[in-house]
Design a protein around this ligand. Structure first.
Ligand code: ATP
Ligand code: MG
Length: 340
């Protein structure tokens, strides 16, 4: 008998290329789960969600769709094992969002900590008055997950309140219309949130503080040189505090345990300058990302493969979404002409 695979649903907004925050926070987990043979994985390119705060820049969203797919393939997502699809081409998600919007109050959305943080960062887009679409994006994200009956959602820590909100919607739906939907669980990686080059609590593509998986060697060097270090350290032999230094922080992700120990010790004693420390880190990042950059170069040269993968994945995802919607409509007494 064929083993029943557990369903994973995750995704990314096509608002830019993917960075090392995505890699350690979510992508690495996805590849491990994909290769474990235990799961069936769907990955959504959330172009509709990206438009909620980029509605006035559709070209940005469109042009990043293929970039994100290239990032996936270059880190080891295998389209034969994982279904990659485009949100806007699955109308069932939009339909489900409308049904869910009856189950969520405005006050609950306004209290969502992720929405609150993001709104504070997006005052240039929304000013004092947020759109209905942006405030409601957690509802649409709940539809993304449940349309595919996602049981596990491997995402970064910033997504926790959104998954919680999704679980609430599922419980409410099931309590009103009967047990229909699957309540998803979040899967956090060991390094759940990666900080930005500027010391911001989150590296984000919309925050301008990221090292991208596709950055060139020179870009990586330049960015590392500009990373935030201990501000109290002016001269090379001042005693440093690696706990407030982004260079020490990234060393822990990209350098060997021995190299990290040495860097921390020498910094604390004032025996290593920040410039030397940054140069060492930059070279380690360059080496770490080399296979990813090389694989990406292949896909840069083969755009037709990207289109085929997206089209086939979207077709497959649509079938799954249609099956879920059948169950949803039946539960909601909207299955008018079934069996006619
Ligand atoms: P934007 O700034 O446009 O929202 P983003 O960088 O937040 O972009 P998303 O597409 O919103 O990226 O998020 C995709 C996934 O990557 C989510 O699971 C999110 O939790 C994860 N993620 C994003 N940034 C980080 C980070 N700095 N550390 C860990 N995980 C992250
Ligand atoms: Mg985000």
């Amino acid at each position: 008998m064929e083993k029943k695979l557990k369903r994973i649903l995750t995704g990314d907004r096509p608002t830019g290329r993917l960075h090392i925050g995505h890699y350690f926070g979510s992508l690495k987990n996805r590849v491990e789960m994909q290769n474990s043979g235990e799961y069936e994985q769907f990955i959504e390119i959330a172009d509709v969600q990206a438009l909620t705060d980029n509605f006035n820049n559709p070209e940005k969203v469109r042009s990043n769709v293929r970039e994100v797919v290239k990032d996936y393939l270059s880190i080891g997502i295998d389209p034969n094992k994982t279904t990659i699809f485009l949100q806007s081409m699955i109308p069932e998600i939009a339909e489900l969002t409308v049904f869910y919007s009856n189950l969520v109050t405005i006050a609950r959305l306004e209290r969502n900590p992720t929405v609150k943080t993001e709104l504070a960062q997006k005052r240039d887009v929304f000013g004092d008055s947020v759109t209905y679409g942006f405030l409601g994006y957690p509802v649409s994200q709940a539809a993304d997950i449940t349309c595919f009956e996602g049981e596990y959602v491997p995402v970064g820590e910033d997504q926790e309140p959104l998954i919680e909100q999704c679980r609430e919607i599922v419980r409410k739906f099931n309590s009103i219309y009967g047990e229909t939907l699957v309540e998803p669980k979040i899967v956090l990686s060991k390094t759940a949130r990666i900080k930005g080059l500027d010391g911001n609590a989150k590296m984000g593509k919309s925050l301008g503080n990221a090292i991208y998986l596709s950055d060139s060697e020179d870009e990586i060097r330049r960015k590392v040189m500009g990373a935030l270090t201990d501000p109290n350290r002016i001269k090379k032999d001042d005693l440093g505090n690696p706990d407030i230094c982004m260079v020490a922080y990234y060393h822990k992700l990209f350098s060997s345990d021995e190299a990290v120990r040495k860097a921390v010790e020498e910094c604390k004693k004032g025996e290593r300058g920040c410039v030397a420390c940054k140069k060492e880190l930059a070279e380690n990042i360059i080496e770490y990302l080399r296979p990813i950059r090389e694989k990406r170069a292949y896909y840069d040269a083969h755009p037709e493969e990207i289109d085929r993968i997206l089209m086939e994945g979207t077709e497959k995802a649509r079938q799954t979404a249609k099956e879920t919607m059948k169950k949803v409509k039946k539960a909601m007494r909207l299955d008018y002409f079934e069996g006619v």
